[in-house]
Design a protein around this ligand. Structure first.
Ligand SMILES: Nc1ncnc2c1ncn2[C@@H]1O[C@H](COP(=O)(O)OP(=O)(O)OP(=O)(O)O)[C@@H](O)[C@H]1O
Ligand SMILES: [Mg+2]
Length: 335
């Protein structure tokens, strides 16, 4: 594939999206609470990472890109922690706005004896204030001239409103920048003008109002979205079945997933949009970018926990497979 992964270090990416903290508590269970008929989890290990659009940022930073992050957080200690983590990644977090009275989204997963037993969400989905929107746009307009690509990572937490989206698209178009989005919700008209969106199969089915059960219903849903939503391209990710790229007036382009042992599929979509963005920033075609993103996501699902892929791993995975010796010999004989 015609892509130089080492070029990703020179890429500059603006990520606008729902920042979160993913918290994991691991523990043992060996008794029932005397207070209520519930299990008692004795916590042995705690960990927290960047989640939501923060995981897209993680993936970009792992490949050496310069990232500008924009989103909304609260004013408390979770917000502080999130900013600190972005700082560790050397991200420009000038577009991360602290809104009074808003919770920083935090998802806590409790894993007891290797079983995911409970998830606790602390979040608000209310729309951002007009003041926050203006601040985000001021940052966007400042950094957009020096970025190569804009990524919108929408997790439906009230940041990516129709108004914000329209203003970001306008700013990207004004400077001739590619803008790609991982969408949420049923109404994709919100993403009008975007260069490409990356729903998974279930999200595409819901947005198109078409139940996807086979190849022909997938084609129908894809065609429906691309013809109605004012979006130039659509990449439907299909888990273990890979992905399909829909481009207007072109035949859909199918990419088979890399067969490998799967440990954890969560976060694969974040890797897809991050690597897709970097490939486009580095000048690749949409087909090449999607194929490389597919390979990168295949690597990530083989790791435990929401993970990232490194330049070394991706370069190795992109190397042409060496031909078995017997095949070489046979070729020689024929020649
Ligand atoms: N079982 C698998 N084997 C190989 N590749 C996979 C597998 N599952 C996912 N992938 C890769 O990851 C990509 C994205 O996966 P998927 O369609 O599940 O996205 P998603 O639902 O948005 O993921 P998530 O929301 O968990 O981040 C796929 O297009 C494929 O390239
Ligand atoms: Mg997804």
């Amino acid at each position: 594939m015609n892509i130089d992964v080492s070029k990703f270090k020179e890429c500059r990416v603006l990520v606008i999206g729902d920042l979160m903290i993913d918290e994991y508590l691991w523990g043992d269970v060996d008794r029932i609470s005397p207070e209520a008929p519930v299990q008692v989890v004795e916590v042995k290990k705690e960990e927290s990472t960047l989640g939501g659009s923060g995981n897209v940022v993680n993936n970009l930073a792992a490949l050496g890109a310069k990232v500008f992050a924009s989103g909304v957080i609260g004013t408390g200690k979770n917000g502080n922690m999130l900013l600190k983590r972005l700082g560790y990644l050397r991200v420009d977090a000038g577009g991360v706005i602290r809104e009074h009275g808003r919770l920083t989204t935090r998802k806590t997963r409790i894993i007891a004896a290797h079983q995911h037993v409970l998830r606790i969400d602390r979040e608000t989905r209310k729309e951002i204030s007009g003041e926050t929107l203006d601040k985000i746009m001021r940052f966007t307009e400042k950094v957009i001239p020096e970025t190569d690509v804009v990524i919108v990572s929408d997790y439906g937490k009230g940041l990516i409103t129709k108004t914000l989206m329209a203003r970001v698209v306008k700013a990207a178009k004004k400077h001739g920048k590619i803008i790609i989005a991982d969408p949420k919700g049923l109404d994709y008209s919100k993403y009008t003008g975007v260069t490409l969106i990356t729903p998974n199969r279930k999200e595409a089915a819901l947005a198109a109002g078409v139940e996807i059960t086979n190849n022909s219903s997938l084609m129908e849903a894809g065609a429906k979205i691309i013809n109605s939503a004012g979006i130039e391209r659509l990449l439907v990710t299909c888990g273990k079945d890979g992905m399909v790229l829909f481009e207007r007036d072109k035949k859909p382009y199918k990419i088979r997933a890399e067969a490998r042992q799967v440990f954890d599929v969560s976060g694969a979509g974040d890797t897809v949009i991050a690597v897709l963005g970097l490939c486009l920033a580095a000048g690749a075609s949409f087909r090449t970018a999607a194929s490389v993103a597919n390979i990168a996501a295949g690597i990530v699902v083989g790791k435990v926990g929401t993970a990232t892929v490194s330049e070394k791993e991706l370069t190795a995975a992109l190397m042409p497979r060496s031909t078995p010796l017997s095949v070489n010999l046979r070729k020689k004989v024929r020649n």
